[in-house]
Design a protein around this ligand. Structure first.
Ligand code: DOR
Length: 424
């Protein structure tokens, strides 16, 4: 395996409290050394002058759609999209066909990753069998075999008793419960955020309280059981406030925010733009501000994309029946760096939200950059200007609301286990 020397970059690894201009030497798949003026003999040199060198980025919320929905994405295309965006570790959601609720589906995913994956993949199993919300997945037998978290993402676990039991069961195994917090009765037939824009467009609204009420229940159950709760894609002021208060009380809760929720508002839906339709929906400017405040004050532990590829035929339909979700792996990094540009957070904080923050939230071994550790590294040009062209995304699906947007910042080189998995 090739020896690689990444020379003269600003090396930032928040988990190691490292922020210094130096070299990173990679040998035999490991970080051999981090330091000044390292010996380059026999190494391929990556000039990182003016660039940022970070632990490989981590995204704990990705829909790879494999098995069963490969017309939207598959393991090869999804992981290639990931490394293109700078990610070296991703967690994939279980709402595939069949659902990842058993060993054979989990093994299928991990075997396929071994054969054709471009980065590390941590499969998240479902909380309920078949995502039916009725009986619990055998999560104990899945833990330790690559599964660190469980989720019915895409749907809430509406039955509070089932959620309580899942938390009690998950706790001793150290499994993270990832909740898609949504009260379906309050959602009703809503298709976008409830507010002036939904009224103007004549679309049925989803009130914030549909998310807030569910988040409150999950937090109370986590407080009661002591399980680790991770709240996915927080989109409302109410949910952010609930997580903030719960953390102050010492509840074992973490949460993530998506680039679309901290960047866009429900104004993006105007024109009945189905590429602005997702679940939870884009919210008001006030909610977006609250999510950003949560990012700044540490309430939010992780940035996660909720990369949700859909075929054009599932989006090129009337708004009410279009599928929920957008692709996110290839635009997350510049949208996160924009938070630094906006003065909301500093660069090390942005790196933490994309590396050790998400890794700790799910409990996966990733997001570190240290001597002797695995060589998962991302070299970032924070200033590289480029324009999003949906048709040129590596993902099989092109459903992005950021088509035509000018971006600043991109991964120049993504290294997984000491091998260059992507080079711009
Ligand atoms: O927009 C979304 N799409 N939200 C979800 O929770 C699920 C996801 C999907 O699977 O398409």
């Amino acid at each position: 395996m090739a020896k690689i020397l990444i020379k003269g970059g600003r090396v930032i690894s928040p988990a190691q409290q490292l922020d210094d201009t130096c070299d990173v030497l990679i040998e035999k798949g490991k970080i051999a050394a981090i330091g000044k003026d390292l010996d380059a003999q026999g190494a391929e040199i990556i000039d990182a002058d003016g660039k940022i060198v970070t632990p490989g980025l981590v995204d704990i919320h990705v829909h790879l759609r494999d098995p069963g929905l490969e017309y939207k994405e598959d393991i090869a295309s999804g992981t290639l999209s990931a490394v293109t965006g700078g990610f070296t570790s991703i967690a994939c959601m279980p709402n595939t066909n069949p659902v990842n609720d058993n060993l054979s589906v989990k093994n299928y995913i991990l075997n396929k990753v071994k054969e054709e994956g471009h980065c590390r993949v941590f499969p998240i199993a479902s909380i309920s069998k078949g995502l039916q919300g009725e009986s619990m997945t055998e999560m104990g037998e899945l833990k330790g075999l690559g599964v660190y978290g469980v989720s019915d993402d895409g749907k809430p676990v509406s039955n509070a008793q089932l959620m309580r039991r899942a938390m009690e069961y998950a706790k001793p195994f150290g499994i993270t419960i990832v909740t898609h917090a949504e009260d379906l009765e309050l959602v009703g037939s809503g298709v976008m955020n409830e507010g002036p824009v939904s009224t103007e467009l004549g679309l049925k609204g989803i009130p914030c309280v549909a998310e807030d009420a569910a988040t409150a229940r999950e937090i109370m159950l986590a407080e009661f059981t002591g399980a680790h709760l991770h709240v996915a894609h927080v989109s409302t002021k109410g949910s952010i406030d609930l997580v903030r208060q719960a953390k102050k009380r010492g509840v074992n809760v973490t949460c993530e925010a998506t680039p679309h929720h901290f960047t866009l508002t429900d104004e993006a839906v105007r024109g009945y733009n189905t590429n602005a339709k997702m679940n939870p929906p884009l919210r008001s400017a006030e909610d977006r501000e609250a999510v950003r405040k949560g990012i700044a004050d540490g309430t939010v532990d992780a940035i996660a994309t909720d990369h949700a590829p859909h075929h054009i035929d599932e989006k090129n339909v009337e708004f009410n029946i279009a599928m929920n979700g957008i692709v996110g792996l290839e635009t997350a990094l510049p949208l996160s760096l924009q938070l630094v540009e906006d003065g909301l957070i500093d660069l090390p904080k942005a790196v933490a939200l994309l590396t050790c923050g998400p890794a700790a939230a799910l409990g996966i071994p990733a997001g570190q950059l240290e001597e002797g550790g695995v060589a998962d590294v991302t070299v970032i040009d924070p200033e590289l200007e480029w324009t999003v062209d949906a048709q040129k995304l590596v993902s099989k699906s092109k459903n992005t609301p950021f088509d035509g947007w000018k971006m600043n910042g991109a991964a120049l080189c993504t290294i997984v286990g000491g091998k260059i998995a992507y080079r711009r």
